[in-house]
Design a protein around this ligand. Sequence first.
Ligand SMILES: O=P(O)(O)OC[C@H]1O[C@H](O[C@H]2O[C@H](CO)[C@@H](O)[C@H](O)[C@H]2O)[C@H](O)[C@@H](O)[C@@H]1O
Length: 389
Amino acid sequence: MELKTNHAAPVLTDPPPISKSRLGLHSSLLPFSQQGASFSSGKYINIPRKKPGKLDDVRSNGWLDAMKSSSPPRKKLNKDFNFEVASDDVDNAYCSWMLKHPSALNSFERITNFARKKKIAIFLDYDGTLSPIVDDPDRAIMSNAMRSAVKNVAKHFPTAIISGRSRDKVYDLVGLTELYYAGSHGMDIMGPVTNTDSNDHPNCVKSTDQKGKEVNLFQPAREFIPMINEVFRTLVENTKGIKGAKVENHKFCASVHYRNVDEKNWSTIAQSVHDILKDYPRLRLTHGRKVLEVRPVIDWNKGKAVEFLLESLGRLNGRDDVLPIYIGDDRTDEDAFKFLKKKKKRGYGILVSPGPKETSAFYSLKDPSEVMEFLKSLVRWKEEEEEAN
Ligand SMILES: O=P(O)(O)OC[C@H]1O[C@H](O[C@H]2O[C@H](CO)[C@@H](O)[C@H](O)[C@H]2O)[C@H](O)[C@@H](O)[C@@H]1O
């Protein structure tokens, strides 16, 4: 995968995903493991537009499975995977997973020993990390207790929120001016004006924040705004007959929610998205938690956003005396976990999950309440450190 340098936005030069698909389905509708895979000839899939009669064909291609596994069912989410009370199977799977991804709370001393004399930078995802997953995305409200924990963390450490939502929306939900915000999976970053190279990036423009302070806006997918608006309108139109479907416009990406859609209509939702992607080869699809997300084919993600923010927060990137910590629950957070894992001990990824899940994160936390506990512990530790010195 190569970066074209003559573009303002870092556009991937891989062939557009649609040309890879010989299945009648956009390749980005396939689960990650199958993307880019080659298929034997004659294996065209015929997906009826209205009635998904050939469900077995659809299943055999895996995209419906990807949608089903995109978020654990609610019942499981609420269940406490307690060592004593869990069934043997769950217990064994969970224990071995926890050995690989220990609890960040139980490992707190280890983390702070490593962090001593280092500058910590905190990166937080929003949905499923700071607020619990709920049916209606507009009601994903962060508790006041969590808000105050985040506010306190930001008093001691540079702190940024990196969300799939639009930057404005996530700012409205969090409402703290002392943080940095990156919306649309990192494609819309508002950072400080500093004396670093990131300010000179071609996609950086000067702007002002909510308080009128001069800031840097980094928007590598700026040219896609009209396209996303167009796609958003088409998605709304094409899914309006599907009960429970909800489409959000996040400025640089569009989200199609199917959490509240009857499972028998999921194939219709996917087909709708697929049909649109056929007309927009410069857009691709990623899977979130019961959400299909349409975004530009550019080499940018939450991992790149962490790297960019570390640089723009004062050349903190790649330094031995800096410890970035990223907490998130979603597949899109894996890019950030991978970035922190790339060079040994560059930073810690912490996955928020109530059960075992494939991840590049080093540590884990069960749910947003544990995230809050972790953030509070960090503040307590830092204050004790400051008092002792
Ligand atoms: O990167 P994030 O901050 O985690 O945002 C990811 C997506 O979050 C929202 O959807 C998710 O949370 C909703 C509220 O709990 C839930 O109803 C939905 O099923 C989840 O996918 C948001 O609405 C999406 O647009 C974000 O991309």
